[in-house]
Design a protein around this ligand. Structure first.
Ligand SMILES: Nc1ncnc2c1ncn2[C@@H]1O[C@H](COP(=O)(O)OP(=O)(O)OP(=O)(O)O)[C@@H](O)[C@H]1O
Ligand SMILES: [Mg+2]
Length: 257
């Protein structure tokens, strides 16, 4: 099992769109995939048509209730969701009460390793104890970045934080919401990235098909797989898959009845 944290300190950069599309795309490859919606805004939960609110979510964070008790299926075979809960707004406090606060999420996720090949964490924007938990739980971070000078500074802040905390989780950045007509976007993309992270080749364009996710409540890779955005998420998934070794689908057995 691999755990991928979709993270950025900044809000509104395409984290949730990435988590939902990549998870859907991974499930199409036969990977048993789970998204954990860690954001109290519950956008991933909404996109996948699941009701937010997990009974006893405080107990879950405290480790007094198993995560797999609250996993919900989605409309897609092989794609499950751990819904968000408004109580997650206090997750920092809840984690802070635990014995080893920085590794609590990893502890909670471990028992799921038998059931899933890939877990995507859809993270809230901010840098907090929740984020540190995500950095420690994830095998890699996926960092959607809008190509502006300010975003690059935020990326450096993150990499400084990780270096300062001796966190060696690999960071895969990619440019998201890209408008090729904008000079600044072109310039930033052409500039070599921070050597402490890998900048993936795939670029996600700014596209109305992605905005439509809110109306469709489905992944773009489902309702518009051949659109520019659908193809870009497909390419992004293939790049991630080739970077993360050990991501192999479990062979599906065709039953003769
Ligand atoms: N490639 C894109 N093209 C156009 N619109 C996009 C794109 N990606 C995301 N959006 C839109 O931008 C908004 C923010 O996207 P999203 O919710 O995925 O970002 P986020 O980083 O998860 O935000 P938050 O930090 O609030 O969780 C949404 O309305 C979404 O539809
Ligand atoms: Mg989000």
């Amino acid at each position: 099992m691999k755990i991928l944290g979709v993270y950025n300190i900044k809000g509104g950069v395409g984290k949730t769109a990435t988590a939902v599309n990549i998870a859907h795309r991974a499930s199409l490859d036969g990977l048993r995939t789970l998204i954990w919606d860690l954001d109290p805004q519950a956008a991933a939960t909404f996109y996948l048509r699941v009701k937010p609110k997990v009974k006893g979510s405080k107990k879950i964070i405290k480790g007094k209730r198993e995560l797999d008790d609250v996993v919900k299926g989605s409309d897609y075979p092989g794609l499950d969701l751990l819904p968000s809960d408004f109580a997650y707004r206090n997750m920092d406090l809840l984690l802070g009460e635990q014995k080893k606060p920085a590794v609590q999420l990893l502890r909670l996720l471990r028992p799921l390793s038998r059931e899933y090949d890939l877990i995507l964490l859809d993270c809230p924007p901010s840098i907090s104890l929740v984020s540190e938990n995500i950095f420690r739980a994830a095998d890699a971070l996926l960092l959607p970045t809008i190509p502006t000078t300010l975003s690059l500074r935020t990326m450096e802040q993150l990499l400084d934080f990780m270096q300062g905390h001796k966190l060696r989780t690999p960071v895969y950045a990619f440019y998201s919401m890209v408008d090729r007509r904008k000079r600044m976007h072109q310039d930033v993309i052409a500039t070599p990235g921070d050597p402490r992270c890998t900048v993936l080749d795939t670029v996600i364009p700014y596209a109305t098909e992605v905005e439509r996710m809110g109306l469709e409540r489905r992944p773009v890779t489902d309702y518009a797989p051949r659109s520019a955005a659908g193809r870009a998420y497909d390419a992004l998934w293939k790049e991630i898959r080739s970077q993360l070794s050990g991501l192999r689908p479990v062979p599906r057995v065709d039953l003769p009845f």
